[in-house]
Design a protein around this ligand. Structure first.
Ligand SMILES: NC(=O)c1ccc[n+]([C@@H]2O[C@H](COP(=O)([O-])OP(=O)(O)OC[C@H]3O[C@@H](n4cnc5c(N)ncnc54)[C@H](OP(=O)(O)O)[C@@H]3O)[C@@H](O)[C@H]2O)c1
Length: 259
């Protein structure tokens, strides 16, 4: 039996184009690398140029096709610029990964309109707008994959979930609405749900060893997550293998949610 052909039929992303927001850091960067190594041409979107350049450089050094767009997803103009720039690189995407997010969590009583607005703009509005921009084209072409990255805080409140948790709850509902609209046309829409992963996003928690250990104890595996833990699930959800998986929240959390 030719196992490599079989694996390739299931999981190869050869010829696909992927856009990964937040693809220059942490979980998004690991997902961008995984999709690129599985064969997709990948466009990473974020604000900071140096991190974008470093990511593209690393992907190209691996022999992958990669490009980048610097844009601020907190504004509607920025979202439009991100979408236009992404299409200019490799054409219309087959795979959209919404991973960019901000995590601003003042005590809830002090949470003002500015924090609420920025959180919703980056974490929920941008995924919606990018979905509206690319989803109908995917449906028309009969194939597409939309993958959002949410959080445990879509399901339970802890470590001051604040506006962040609300935005992630909305994101999982967005995935279900998109799945309802576009799954009949070959476009699956799902959400990856991380546990606690040591990245720049939660550096305030990572600086508290007691907190890090307590979060690891809440998993079943016994450790916190690493960005690389998302590679397999991302390739699966981006590939032909997941054609019958849609509207789902897929927990990549070492069992945090089940504990
Ligand atoms: N780490 C965890 O424990 C954890 C847990 C649950 C869920 N998550 C989720 O996982 C995803 C990735 O998080 P991470 O921990 O990997 O974070 P990270 O390392 O801080 O990466 C965040 C990415 O988003 C980009 N970004 C932020 N604001 C942006 C904006 N306004 N416009 C464009 N890009 C923007 C950042 O680049 P620039 O700053 O250069 O723009 C960066 O590439 C997020 O959706 C997060 O909510 C993470």
């Amino acid at each position: 039996m030719d196992t490599s052909t079989y694996f390739s039929e299931l999981f190869s992303l050869d010829g696909r184009v992927a856009v990964v927001t937040g693809g220059s850091s942490g979980i998004g960067r690991a997902i961008a690398e995984a999709l690129a190594r599985a064969g997709a041409a990948v466009v990473v979107v974020a604000r900071r140029e140096a991190e974008l350049d470093a990511t593209v450089g690393e992907l190209r050094a691996l022999g992958c096709r990669a490009a980048r767009v610097s844009a601020d997803l907190a504004t509607r103009d920025g979202v439009r610029a991100a979408a236009d720039g992404a299409v200019a690189a490799f054409g219309e995407p087959d795979i959209l990964v919404n991973c960019a997010a901000v995590n601003l969590r003042p005590p809830f009583g002090e949470l003002g309109e500015d924090v609420w607005d920025t959180t919703m703009a980056v974490n929920l509005d941008a995924p919606f707008l990018l979905g509206q921009r690319f989803g109908p084209g995917m449906a028309e072409r009969g194939h597409g994959r939309i993958i959002h990255v949410s959080s445990q805080q879509a399901h339970r409140a802890f470590v001051q979930s604040g506006a962040y948790g609300v935005s992630k709850g909305g994101l999982e509902s967005l995935a279900r609405s998109q799945a309802e609209a576009w799954s009949p046309y070959g476009v699956t829409c799902n959400t990856l749900v991380p546990g606690f992963v040591m990245t720049p996003l939660n550096s305030h928690l990572s600086a508290q060893p007691g907190k890090v250990a307590a979060l690891a104890d809440r998993t079943l595996v016994g450790r916190n997550g690493l960005p690389g833990d998302f590679a397999g699930a991302a390739v699966f959800l981006a590939s032909r293998a997941s054609a019958y998986v849609t509207g789902q929240s897929v927990y990549v959390d070492g069992g945090f949610h089940a504990h």
